[in-house]
Design a protein around this ligand. Structure first.
Ligand SMILES: Cc1ncc(COP(=O)(O)O)c(C=O)c1O
Length: 386
């Protein structure tokens, strides 16, 4: 079966109740038939039995299994949030004395982990510019263990050639981790290009309706085994309820991403050249600096576009305040279109210099294009720009 079908047809084994829609296993722990079975479950980590929902849960497993099938991954593990997925990946594979190379254009909280927390524990980092992949190799040292990118990045929409980076990582024997949150597996599968692990904030397009938080990491079986032990012991596990919501959402991910992307491309094209804007950025606009890479590794441009208002900070505020129904919130990947101002919200903890370095200018507006009629969205934006 194709991934589109597997995302719909993968389900926990039907119970004796003969339910059609997937059941929710809202339970913290599981029972045993005998004291011997209970002892065996604890004695052997490799036994496929449920013990406690911090370790495993059928609703969570169903969600993870679907993401593995969609990402062409061997195995996976779910976390409470996207940041728990990022942090658990770093903590599982990095030790004091290690070094990580990361794109500088990463989500604000990932930037905080890299710059504020990892150094505190003796782990060094180096940043590279997504627009200069030729500088990556020069940053790799003897103690480099991991390379990390987001593509497209949040909010700059920088795109990197996944195969090129994967080849560098293979050559130097370092782990390659990709945050695939903006694209989703419906649009891009980094494992096919050589990534070792792919992670997501499932809070975004995977949920798609702004209801629950979640994260997931998928990839090579032996790496996921190590992450499982870290997560089982330290506790950033996904709640079964959130997994149930997310698993149902994955059934519609492909159709939703197609519509998010066709709406976003339509709006990007209409906005390009508007006199109030300095530029419009969207992966599948020919003016995007990495348009050719986007075309070769993404099946569509995704649901996020950005533009810069000529009138910068005050203009940004005025634009947001002029919106009538479009949501002003910092989430993304919702069925409802969202406008946000990264410089004063998600990326406000970066210094002005750090923001400039990753293209987060004061006038930058990030639009998470929803599933409404594209003409309604464009009319709302044009009205606010006027
Ligand atoms: C690219 C990216 N990665 C990770 C995260 C963190 O996810 P969460 O908010 O689910 O912790 C976000 C959140 O916006 C994100 O945009």
């Amino acid at each position: 079966m194709r991934p589109e079908t597997l995302a719909i047809r993968t389900q926990t084994e039907r119970t004796g109740e003969k339910e059609h829609s997937t059941p929710l296993f809202l339970t913290s722990s599981f029972v045993y038939d005998s004291a011997e079975d209970m002892a065996a479950a604890f004695a052997d980590d490799s036994l496929d039995v449920n013990i406690y929902s911090r370790f495993s849960n059928p609703s969570v497993d169903e969600f993870v299994k679907k993401v593995c099938l969609m990402e062409a991954a061997e195995d996976g593990i779910a976390t409470a949030t996207g940041m728990a997925a990022v942090f658990s990946s770093f903590m599982t594979f990095l030790s004091a004395g290690d070094h990580i190379v990361s794109a500088s254009a990463v989500f604000g909280s990932t930037h905080a982990i890299l710059t504020k927390y990892l150094p505190k524990w003796g782990i060094e980092f180096s940043y590279f510019d997504m627009n200069k992949p030729e500088t990556i190799e020069g940053l790799i040292k003897k103690n480099t263990k991991l390379l990390y990118v987001e593509t497209p990045s949040n909010p700059g929409l920088d795109i990197i050639d996944l195969k090129r980076v994967a080849d560098i990582c293979k050559k130097h024997n370092i782990l390659f981790i990709v945050d695939n949150c903006f694209a989703t597996p419906a649009v891009q599968q980094p494992i096919k290009y050589g990534a070792d692990l792919v992670l997501h904030s499932a809070t975004k397009f995977m949920d798609g309706q702004g209801r629950v938080l979640g994260g997931v990491v998928v990839g090579k079986k032996e790496l996921i085994k190590q992450m499982y032990l870290f997560i089982r012991n330290t506790g950033p596990s996904m709640s079964p309820f959130n997994a149930w919501v997310l698993s149902k959402s994955l059934e519609t991910l492909y159709v939703r991403m197609d519509k998010h992307a066709s709406n976003a491309l339509h709006i990007a094209k209409k906005l390009e050249g508007h006199p109030a804007l300095s530029w419009v950025k969207y992966p599948l606009l020919e003016s995007h600096p990495q348009y050719n890479i986007a075309k070769s590794q993404m099946s569509n441009g995704g649901g996020i576009l950005t533009f810069e208002l000529k009138a910068v900070l005050d203009g940004g505020r005025k634009f947001l305040n002029n919106l009538t129904w479009l949501s002003m919130t910092n989430n993304l990947g919702d069925s409802r279109t969202i406008a946000s101002h990264p410089a004063s919200t998600t990326h406000s903890k970066l210094t002005e210099e750090e923001r400039q370095a990753v293209g987060i200018t004061p006038g930058l507006i990030r639009l998470s294009v929803g599933l409404e009629h594209p003409d309604d969205i464009i009319e709302e934006i044009l009205g606010a720009l006027k």
